[in-house]
Design a protein around this ligand. Structure first.
Ligand SMILES: [Zn+2]
Ligand SMILES: [Zn+2]
Length: 135
């Protein structure tokens, strides 16, 4: 019985990598950390967390890993042709796949429920919606 499952698609800038996400994300969140600012080239990241089995993709990806402040390894999967980061995974939480919200072809993802790394937030960034702030 799959008739009510929401299916969303996401893709990199050039379209070489295409993702399909089935069902609602577990959550969406804003991250103000320096790594997300670097990764996006913007001033914060907005990501949707899915269970790994909700996400499938086609196309080639290349991986880059870094060690987060928490000590966990974060893996970035990006398109080798255009450089868009299409998926993030944590080695400590392999059951989740995190996808940057801006990659989706629809604008109907749930509003972020919280933000993290508030201490690294650019001073002028403010949201009209009230979201929980976690440093
Ligand atoms: Zn691409
Ligand atoms: Zn971050």
């Amino acid at each position: 019985m799959k008739h009510d499952v929401k299916v969303r698609t996401a893709e990199c800038s050039c379209g070489q990598v295409s993702l399909i996400c089935k069902g609602e994300p577990i959550r969406t969140a804003i991250c103000h950390c320096f790594a997300c600012q670097k990764r996006t080239g913007s001033v914060f990241g907005v990501q949707a967390r899915f269970s790994r089995e909700q996400v499938s993709y086609t196309g080639d990806v290349v991986e880059y890993s870094r060690i987060a402040d928490s000590g966990n390894q974060v893996n970035y999967a990006f398109c080798p042709a255009c450089g868009t980061t299409v998926m993030l995974t944590l080695s400590a939480l392999p059951e989740f796949t995190v996808i940057p919200v801006g990659l989706f072809t629809s604008r109907d993802l749930p509003q972020p429920s919280f933000s993290v790394y508030e201490q690294h937030k650019q001073a002028w960034v403010k949201f009209d919606c009230q979201i929980e702030q976690i440093s």
